[in-house]
Design a protein around this ligand. Sequence first.
Ligand code: UTP
Length: 226
Amino acid sequence: MRAVVKLGGALFRREPNVTALKAMGEVLSGFVEEGNQLVVVAGGGENARTYIGVARKLGAEESTCDLLGIQITRANAELLRLAMGSIASSKIPTTLSDLPHCVGSGKAVVMGGLQPGQSTNAVAVLAAEITRAEILVNGTDVDGVYTDDPKKNPKAKLIRSVNVDKLLSWAMGGEVFAGRYELLDPLAIKIMQRAKIPTRFVSLADPGNILGALQGKDIGTRVVYS
Ligand code: UTP
């Protein structure tokens, strides 16, 4: 199977948790050892937001803030690559055109951001498209897509399947500022619409959720295409 896993900022705390990274790395390495092709995309997390916030206060333009965010996502990718061991390629791709070549090596590829004006969710969808992934699993800090922000609204309900057009209408109402992309940025959803990659959102708190979703288990939220 060809897969892409996006691991959101929840895995990359201010002080990254070695146990959590190891547990995730082991599960993902096991998936690759079974003969599957895998690209893992690391988000920026708290450190990206902190650095972007400080840069903005120092007068940086938004694109400079984005570039700083990208550097942090690549640092996070480096941690994850180490957690996966020798099954992960030592090279972190910095352009999309590098990717088909990197996955051809038989090793897992771990990467971060690519260019300003988007989030690592867009990177994950582009990576899935160019590597012809059969599944994209998006690991977040909540159980899937909710009717509202579950951290702010206790009445928010988990949606088991969501149409991609609905995701786009939500994303269009969001902000496009460094470090402030909501669930998905519009570019990510536009690429999803054209590539129609089977996608599932799950919580990354338990690496078993990521593996379960890769194995086709009906957990979290599934994206449907009309
Ligand atoms: P993300 O927004 O993707 O990481 O990247 P996050 O904040 O941890 O979000 P989740 O939890 O994974 O969803 C951090 C920042 O890096 C810049 C953006 O400013 C983004 O907000 N970035 C990342 C880019 O500009 N381009 C990229 O390709 C990736």
